[in-house]
Ligand binder design. Structure first.
Ligand SMILES: Cc1cc2nc3c(=O)[nH]c(=O)nc-3n(C[C@H](O)[C@H](O)[C@H](O)COP(=O)(O)O)c2cc1C
Length: 382
């Protein structure tokens, strides 16, 4: 594929596909895109073409006992049903997170529940963990493994709490999902930070968090004994709307419980100022805000955790990453890997390729040979 052909595909996306998607309901557009990606994976020519157009060799990262072909991941919520797991690999991502998955199947909140604020490059969502539940998801993942339709990159499961489960029984709900999915995924992220399940964020606090994480670790030990193999990394994902002392408490509890690291951050319930009337309307919607306005706060949280742990506890950085500069900023402040969701909506399928290309250039510019050497660089020089 010549550079001019590639350029024209990019122009096609900017001039035709993106405006077409922009006039569709956000959730419908999202569902159609995932279906197209899943379909494309079944046909060798389209799969090969997608790979040629969008993937590129990135800088591999060894973390959590796994090899990530590059540090750019698909954030939770993007592929809730594991519809297009290999499609993300073809688009050049280095890992993906499926879910959030809850023990019980649930429809999520009434629609509409996902909104675009184009002028701010932000999304507001109140999806509420719409997902097929842990039993159906287990079947889906088993099918993908059996049919050899599994990607050559780590697949992470994001676990949430079922809405019908009371907070006091949350530990068993998370643990059941973890046990069921254990044989099929590479690692787990325990999501106690979504603003869209009533009171879920209360699980970030001391005893409640301890209870949830201990149940998950026990389920992991039992699963390992049953299926064999090694323990899989279990991480906790936190909200950006926490005070420093609350973040510190979560870090201490999660480390004590044996968590392998942390994901910072989920969406925020805060809202930025905007003069754009359309965005003002979107920001008035209830839900979690993601994208550009979250970028700075999420990096602050990453930096705070990296400082508090002397850079010894891996962090996955997520929130407002839209280009290589944003990804680099998160890495040099302490993130070992990064993820994105919103920028995929605004920039399109070339995003992972662009970021990976930029990160490889940044490593070269700084005379570094791998991403690990860049992690926390801003802290070390401070
Ligand atoms: C529509 C939507 C659904 C999401 N669903 C989940 C989810 O199920 N579990 C979770 O941990 N995070 C979920 N997130 C949060 C993202 O994984 C990510 O943390 C957040 O969007 C910030 O990244 P971004 O600025 O790149 O979008 C969701 C985000 C969006 C926009």
């Amino acid at each position: 594929m010549t550079p001019s052909r590639l350029q024209s595909m990019g122009i096609f996306w900017s001039l035709i596909a993106r405006p077409l998607i922009a006039v569709q309901d956000s959730e419908k557009a999202h569902a159609r895109t995932l279906k197209a990606m899943a379909l494309s994976d079944w046909f060798l020519p389209s799969k090969v073409l997608t790979k040629i157009l969008y993937s590129r060799k990135g800088a591999p990262v060894e973390e959590f006992g796994l090899t990530f072909p590059n540090p750019v991941g698909v954030a939770a919520g993007m592929d809730k049903y594991a519809e297009a797991v290999r499609g993300w690999e073809s688009l050049g991502f280095g890992f993906m997170e499926i879910g959030g998955i809850t023990e019980h199947a649930q429809d999520g909140n009434p629609k509409p529940r996902m909104f675009r604020a184009g002028s701010e490059k932000a999304l507001v969502n109140r999806m509420g963990f719409n997902n097929p539940g842990s039993i159906a998801m287990t079947k889906r993942l088993k099918y993908l493994h059996d049919k050899k339709r599994w990607p050559n990159m780590p697949v992470v499961a994001n676990i949430g709490k079922s809405k019908i489960t009371p907070l006091e029984e949350a530990g068993a709900d998370y643990a059941t999902t973890l046990s069921r999915l254990w044989p099929y995924v590479d690692m787990f992220i325990i999501n106690v930070s979504s603003p869209n399940t009533p009171n879920l964020r209360e699980l970030q606090h001391d005893e409640a968090l301890k209870g949830v994480l201990n149940s998950c670790m026990k389920a992991q030990t039992e699963a390992r004994e049953e299926y064999g193999g090694k323990d899989k990394a279990v991480l906790v994902k936190i909200a950006p709307d926490l005070e420093d002392h609350e973040i510190l408490a979560i870090v201490n509890t999660a480390r004590k419980a044996g968590c392998a690291g942390i994901v910072a951050t989920n969406t925020t319930i805060s809202r930025p100022n905007t003069t754009d009337s359309k965005s003002q309307k979107i920001f008035a919607e209830t839900g979690g805000l993601s994208g550009q306005p979250l970028k700075q706060r999420s990096t602050e949280v990453i930096r705070f955790i990296a400082d508090a742990t002397d850079g010894e506890w891996p962090i996955i950085g997520v929130g407002g990453v839209a280009n290589a500069d944003d990804a680099w900023e998160k890495i040099i402040n302490g993130a070992s890997l990064i993820q994105l969701y919103s920028a995929m909506v605004f920039i399109g399928p070339s995003i992972a390729k662009k970021i990976n290309k930029g990160l490889v250039a940044k490593l070269k510019e700084h005379g570094l040979s791998d991403i690990k050497q860049a992690v926390g660089l801003a802290r070390k020089s401070a």
